[in-house]
Design a protein around this ligand. Sequence first.
Ligand code: SF4
Length: 960
Amino acid sequence: MTPFLYRIAQSFYERYGHDISQLAFVFPNRRSGIFFQKYLAEVAGKPLFSPRVTTINDLMAELSPYTTIDRISLLVMLYKRYIELRQSDETFDNFVFWGDMLLGDFDDVDKYMVDARQLYTNIHDLKEIDEFYLTDEQIAIIKRFWGHLFFPSTESENKQQFIQLWQILFDLYNRLRDDLASQNKAYEGMIFRDVAERCRRKETLDLPYTQVVFVGFNAITEAERVFMEYLRDTGLGDFYWDYYAPTLHDPYNKAAFFLNDNKRRFPSKIDLDERIEQVPRIELISVPSAVGQAKQATDILQRLIDEKQLSPERAIDTAIVLPDEELLLPMLYSIPPEISTVNITMGYTLQHTTVAALMDSIFQMQRHVRFSKGEPRFYHIDVKQLLGHRFIAARLGDEGQRITAFINGNNRAFVSPGELGRHPLVELLFRIPATADEAADYLTRLLEYLQQDTAADEPAEATDEENSPVGFSAVEREFMYHYYITIKRLRDVMTEQRIAMGVDTFFRLLGKMAASISIPFRGEPLSGLQVMGVLETRALDFENLIILSMNEGIFPVKKVAPSFIPYNLRRGFGMATTEHQDSIYAYYFYRMISRAKRVFLLYDSRTDGLKSGEVSRYVYQLKYHYRLPIQEIQINCDIATFSPTTITVDKHRFGIDRKLAAFLSGGDSALSASAINRYLNCPLQFYLQYIEGLERPDEVAESVDSGTFGSIYHGMMQHIYERIEGDREQVTVTADHIDAIRKDKPLLTHYLEECFARDYYKTPQHPRPLTGYDYLTGEIILKLIDKTLEKDRSLTPFVYRASELRITGEAPISGQRAVQLKGFIDRVDECNGRIRIVDYKTGKERLDFKSVEELFDSSATERRKAILQVLLYCKLYKMNYRPASPIYPAIYIIRNLFDKFEWNIRYEKDLFTDFAHVEEEFDRCLTACLDEIFNLDRPFTQTTEESHCQYCDFKLLCKR
Ligand code: SF4
């Protein structure tokens, strides 16, 4: 394969030899110029003075007296003029999107040398249209458009607004251009137009070349056409069009749209005499994933290396083309390690970068900041999200984890800067800028910190994740740098132009700027694997082409640049339309594959959501219109269906026997009723939680959850009865006691605040008044407490004995061993000659049971866990206190306090008033259960009842 640019270099060197240095070669982009220079050096085989190699944009800029203005300054300039003309108070960040659109239109108006007055003014009146100097076709098209928009006269509000806006556009366009000209500045289209108008006026342009050779163009704007005609007519211009592929001569192929006109207007002085007869070997690969295409591209590269079609040291003949820029990073991270040099030439929108995600998180955090006593408080989710960002987490290391643990452990929904620690990055990150200027300073200092740290730590040649100690790739550093520059530029322009804005507006504006800034990667293209966008393939040829995203809508691209100028007017005024776009992309595709040996076309075959999974029209054309042989390969992603394996844990392993022994007599642990209930629910769950001590990590609860609710209720009840008890050994609670407490609202509120501080805010030393949602929760708890006291009043007089009573004991098991047991009894009192063991329950419970065996039946779906628990407490109380009175278990189901409240347990439908009735059976069942737990030959297994897994924290582990 002889590349087109090689042929140009060869032909011109043959004709001009060393005099080639007197010529200028103009290319559609820089990359093609650099490849041309490389080929010229190869052709010459010896050093020679290079001709001038440039792009059309650079050449136009050289010929114009204007310098190009940066985009942000241009937008601000336009905004000021717009506000003035419209007498509007629209904010700058609202203006940015359509300000951009207007600039795009003005650029087009100039590049296509449209008469802006005709386009933008006076055409709301159809009569006036005829007076303009327009061709009949133009008039017909414009009448069609305006007739539709403006008649009948009942215009909608939208139309009115559009018309009002439309009517100022000519003034806006003119004033912007005047402002720019007065500063010797211009946007690209203005430069093009300036040069073209001078060509029309036949002014002499300063071009110190014997020839100006245009190479590899296709679609040209009116200004470019005028410029080329000027050079052609002055004998300076020479033109080389790459229309050699047979497909580009096919009149049915849109790619050929510009061919005849270009060749007729701008002939070549040298006949390259090229014929392309080879047909590339094409493989079409469907992949049911976007990112999966990058993986397939990697496999293709590997295959090419294995087949010796690609040499890792000379990967320059192979290109990966990315019509969808979002695949750039997945692609870069997938390139085989053998290929050490990669050259990227494409634009990548700043918005999709990791640094943009960091900025979004910062903006989010700043928006949610609250102030308390003049000090900022950061919302815990925002803080954790920021700490989890790759750049920040890598820098903070353990400190980030410490902060997260602190937030979770202390249930901090809002965190103060003091609580976040003194790490320099934390101090930089968690600040509150008060003005837009401070916001810019805050962000730039943060990025400087991240960049400096990275640069200091990284080896100079580190270019990939592995080499980078903080995981910043060279590409990401580049993104960071561009974001940094954008912030600085935005701040400078705001200051220069005296545009005032708040912090929020500054952040929003920055986000919008990032959405519209494309970072141009321009590496050293003469080495390594070439990764490029579609536009960058112009005039270049590669032996192996791997084109990703060959999906309809992506290649060819479906979306058109947003514009205020309707389609019909664009056509009427000879501006680029969607048809142009279709032709341009078809040309890119057919030209790019025309000299390749191997072409791999990959597309995303998924059809879910908005994705059609449709392959590009070009593939259909190759298959059915040109009847080219295409090898089709379908990649299937194996969706592994896990059939979860059964988990059993052998008690002889992992030191489990030792851990179990800690619960036996003399050990330092004891089993609670909850642990026994857990075992009966699922032995594996018991093992993970009580033997291995696995716990759900702390999380911040932003409202009182059911566990905390129960703790606060328990705490309140304890406070109340301890208050009644006072310093006495024992107290008989009377109705008066209870009435007094129920009336003492300040006291109850004080207890409530203490319990909230201890159980919810985790600041036991600092009780505080409840507010907002917490206040409402507190009111509910107070009502429940009052209702409980009302129920207790009906039992008066009774003797109060204890609250939250800690009790321990031992239960014998086989092998002359005993298991240590423990528990906290919510309340013990003595009522009607019986000792009541009271347990408060906030959840749903049933208070009846038929047998003790049923309480220990691990397969039961509605096992009475609460009854088992309170019976165990009865047993432990009896062991500890040996009371002469019967022991009477009671369960207060809090949720039933206002409706059918009952605290009595029923045993086979009878009131259960004496633990002694079941004591023996209870001991037997308990021993059997404990024997099973401590039987080393009986592994811990998963429950067979999947309903038991519903609220288990280990569901992921078990895949239940
Ligand atoms: S998920 Fe089910 S089987 Fe697994 S530990 Fe939890 S309760 Fe047991």
